[in-house]
Ligand binder design. Structure first.
Ligand code: ARG
Length: 462
C-alpha cells in the first residue's frame, strides 16, 4: 500500500494483506479500467480541473500502459493492492506528478462500479454472439433431420414419436429466450456510475453527462449512492448465465444418455471425447459431463453473490470486492462451455436408424390407436381403456400393436377395420402432427423460419 499511506503509521499485517488484495482476480479489468480513466481525465481537462498538458501526459501514459500490459512488456505486480492502484502507481512512475492528478474527483468506488459495468457489457455482447452461433449450429442440425423419426419421452419412457429436428429445436427455443435475456440485461447496464465518487459525487464541476456519453452509456446514473451500491446488473448477468447453463446441462445430460450403448442415437466426434486410463474400449462424453457440472458452479455463483449482497448497507462495502470472483467465474465458464458445445454439435453423428428402431418400440402409437377409436365414435375414455387392454395383451404376447391381426383387434372392439394399420403407422402419425408447433416436418420447417427471424432480430437489437 504505497499510495494510500498518509493516514497510517504501520504497514498492513501480512495475512491481512493477502485477504485485502484483489489484484490476482481483478487484473482482468485493466483494459476497461484504462478506458474509464482516459475518459475521466478528458472530462477533467474539458472542465478545466486539470490542464491540457497534464491530460495529454495522462492519456499518453495510460495508452502506453495498456499497450505494454497487452504485449506482456509490463508484468502485473501481484503485490499491488488491486488493478486500479497498480495502474495509477505505474502511471505516476512513468509521467510523474501529473499521474497523481488522475484520481481527482473520483473514488475507487465509482471507478470499480464503472469497470465491472463496462466489463459486463462487453461480455454480454460476446455471450449473445456465441449463443447466436450455437443456435445457427442447432438449426443446421435440425434442417438435416426434419424427417429423422425418434421417440419423444416423458418420464424417460417412450411416449409419442417426434423428429430429431423437433427435439433439437426445443433447445433452440430455450436458448433464444436466454439470448433475449442477455439482450435485455444489457439495457439495464446503460447508465454510467462514473462521477458518483465515493458516494456523494464531488464539489468539482465535473460533467457526468460527457463521461457517460464518451463511454457509450445512455446517461449517467441518477443517484450517486445507488451508483456505488448497485450490483444488480451483475446479479442479472449471473442469473442469465445460470439459467442458460441449466439448459445446456439438460442438453448435455441427453447427449450423455443418447451416446450410451443403450441408446446409441448419437456418436460424438473424437475431438470431444476422452478415453479411459484402463479400459481400452471406452469413449467417454466428458465434455457433456463437464458442462453439466459447470452449470452447478454457475448456479453457485448466483446464489453466492445474492447471499453476499443481501445484508449490505449503503453504500460501498469491501464485501463487494468479491463480486468479481463470481462474475469472472461464470463468464469464463459460459464462454468456454458454449464454444465447446457448439463444436461438439457441429461434429456430432446422428444415428438415424437407431432412432427409428427405438421409435417402433414402447407402444408409441397407443394414443393414435385410441384416437382411431374416437374417430369411430367411441368416447375417448372408453377408447383409452380398450387400447390399455390391447397393450397389456401385447406385453403378455411380446408383440407390437401392428403385429396383431384384425381378428385380434376385434376381440377388443368390433369397430376395428382394416384401416387401423394405416392410422397406427409411425410415419402417418408423425406426418399428421402438423399443428402449429408440432413435430411434423412441415410444422418444424415453419418453426425454423419463425425462429430464424426472432434470432436475427435479437442479434440486430443487441
Ligand atoms: N479492489 C476494490 C474492489 O474491487 C477497490 C475498492 C476499494 N474501495 C474502498 N472504498 N476501499 O472493490
Amino acid at each position: 500500500m504505497k499510495v494510500l499511506k498518509g493516514r497510517f503509521e504501520k504497514d498492513i499485517d501480512k495475512d491481512a494483506n493477502i485477504l485485502n488484495n484483489s489484484i490476482s482476480v481483478d487484473y482482468k479489468l485493466y483494459e476497461v479500467d484504462i478506458k474509464g480513466s482516459l475518459v475521466h481525465s478528458k472530462m477533467l481537462c474539458k472542465q478545466k480541473i486539470i490542464s491540457q498538458e497534464d491530460y495529454e501526459a495522462i492519456a499518453q501514459g495510460l495508452e502506453g500502459i495498456l499497450e505494454d500490459i497487452k504485449s506482456g512488456t509490463l508484468a502485473i505486480d501481484y503485490e499491488a493492492e488491486d488493478i486500479h492502484m497498480f495502474i495509477e502507481e505505474e502511471l505516476t512512475k512513468r509521467i510523474g506528478s501529473a499521474g497523481k492528478k488522475l484520481h481527482t474527483a473520483r473514488s475507487r468506488n465509482d471507478q470499480v462500479a464503472l469497470d465491472v459495468k463496462l466489463y459486463s457489457i462487453e461480455k454480454a455482447e460476446e455471450i449473445i454472439e456465441l449463443l447466436f452461433k450455437l443456435c445457427q449450429s442447432l438449426i443446421s442440425l435440425a434442417k438435416e433431420n426434419l424427417n429423422t423419426i425418434m421417440p419423444g419421452y416423458t418420464h424417460l419412457q417412450i411416449a409419442q414419436p417426434v423428429t430429431f429436428a423437433h427435439h433439437v429445436m426445443a433447445y433452440v427455443q430455450m436458448i433464444s429466450r436466454d439470448m433475449e435475456r442477455f439482450v435485455d440485461a444489457k439495457k439495464r447496464m446503460s447508465t454510467c456510475p462514473l462521477g458518483a465518487g465515493a458516494l456523494a459525487t464531488s464539489t468539482y464541476p465535473i460533467d457526468r453527462h460527457f463521461s457517460a456519453e464518451m463511454l457509450g452509456f445512455k446517461s449517467p446514473t441518477l443517484n450517486s449512492m445507488d451508483s456505488v451500491s448497485d450490483r444488480d446488473h451483475l446479479l442479472e448477468l449471473l442469473y442469465d448465465i445460470a439459467n442458460y447453463m441449466m439448459h445446456l446441462s439438460r442438453f448435455s445430460e441427453e447427449i450423455v444418455l443418447f451416446s450410451s450403448q443403450e441408446f446409441g442415437f448419437l456418436t460424438l466426434d473424437d475431438q470431444y471425447s476422452t478415453g479411459s486410463s484402463i479400459m481400452p474400449q471406452k469413449k467417454n462424453p466428458d465434455m457433456a459431463e463437464l458442462i453439466r457440472a459447470k452449470s452447478a458452479r454457475c448456479t453457485a455463483n448466483l446464489t453466492g453473490m445474492l447471499t453476499m449482497m443481501k445484508g449490505l448497507p449503503l453504500c460501498y462495502n469491501k464485501d463487494m470486492q468479491e463480486d468479481k470472483e463470481y462474475i469472472f467465474s461464470s463468464v469464463d465458464i459460459v464462454i468456454n462451455a458454449t464454444k465447446v458445445f457448439t463444436g461438439m454439435l457441429d461434429t456430432l453423428k446422428v444415428n438415424k436408424d437407431k432412432m427409428l428402431k427405438m421409435a417402433h418400440k414402447g407402444f408409441i402409437n397407443a394414443t393414435d390407436m385410441a384416437d382411431y377409436l374416437v374417430k369411430k365414435e367411441i368416447p375417448f375414455r372408453d377408447a383409452y381403456d380398450i387400447v390399455g387392454k390391447i397393450v397389456r395383451f401385447c406385453v403378455e404376447e411380446d408383440k407390437n400393436l401392428k403385429d396383431l391381426n384384425l381378428e385380434d383387434f376385434k376381440e377388443f372392439s368390433d369397430v376395428f377395420e382394416d384401416d387401423i394399420y394405416k392410422y397406427i403407422d409411425l410415419e402417418y402419425i408423425l406426418y399428421n402432427r402438423k399443428v402449429f408447433g408440432g413435430p411434423a416436418p412441415e410444422a418444424v420447417q415453419q418453426q425454423i423460419e419463425l425462429t430464424e427471424e426472432i434470432l436475427d432480430k435479437l442479434k440486430n437489437n443487441s
